[in-house]
Write a protein that binds this ligand. Structure first.
Ligand code: UDP
Ligand code: MG
Length: 153
């Protein structure tokens, strides 16, 4: 199964939407395998958002991501990277489809509730950035037979 990183952004915590957003991933059938709360700093953000460092909005994005702690989650499931990315919706929340997380809870290109990994390769890199091997929990998945067919992968 794939694993992907979700970051609940500071605005999600401040607006009291942590439970609702986590609940969406739970209800979809994804498995929570690691989770923690963390205050981000400029160093880790300059690596995490390296592809945006030269964009004019980067200082605002960095400050917004440090305005309060974030909730870091690792979700597991078949094709979890794509499934979670599609649940988040378009980056600009005003263009995100209703029914997606951004489309239901946000109105901004910056303040858009969640970060989600955009590829399996980046999910592995990003998970290693925020989690150590001992942060992951192993526990039974007794509902898997009701979530997946035996031949699905
Ligand atoms: N962002 C922004 N203005 C933009 C584009 C992106 O403030 O015009 C912020 C937004 O919070 C977004 C983050 O930068 O989630 C990372 O951008 P990316 O293009 O990686 O989008 P994502 O993968 O989060 O959809
Ligand atoms: Mg991105």
């Amino acid at each position: 199964m794939e694993r992907t990183l979700v970051i609940l952004k500071p605005g999600t915590l401040q607006r009291g939407l942590v439970g609702e957003v986590i609940s969406r991933f739970e209800k979809r059938g994804l498995k929570l395998v690691a989770m923690k709360m963390k205050q981000l700093d400029p160093e880790i953000l300059s690596v995490h958002y390296a592809h945006l460092l030269d964009r004019p909005f980067y200082p605002w994005l960095r400050d917004a991501m440090m305005a309060a702690p974030v909730i870091l989650c690792c979700w597991e499931g078949f094709e979890a990277v794509k499934v979670v990315r599609e649940m988040a919706g378009a980056t600009n929340a005003r263009k995100a489809a209703p029914g997606t997380i951004r489309g239901d809870y946000a109105l901004s290109a910056q303040e858009n509730i969640v970060h989600t990994s955009d590829s399996l390769e980046n999910a592995e890199i990003e998970l290693a950035r925020f989690f150590s091997p001992e942060d992951y929990c192993e526990y039974p998945s007794p509902l898997n037979q009701y979530l997946y067919a035996p031949d699905e992968k």
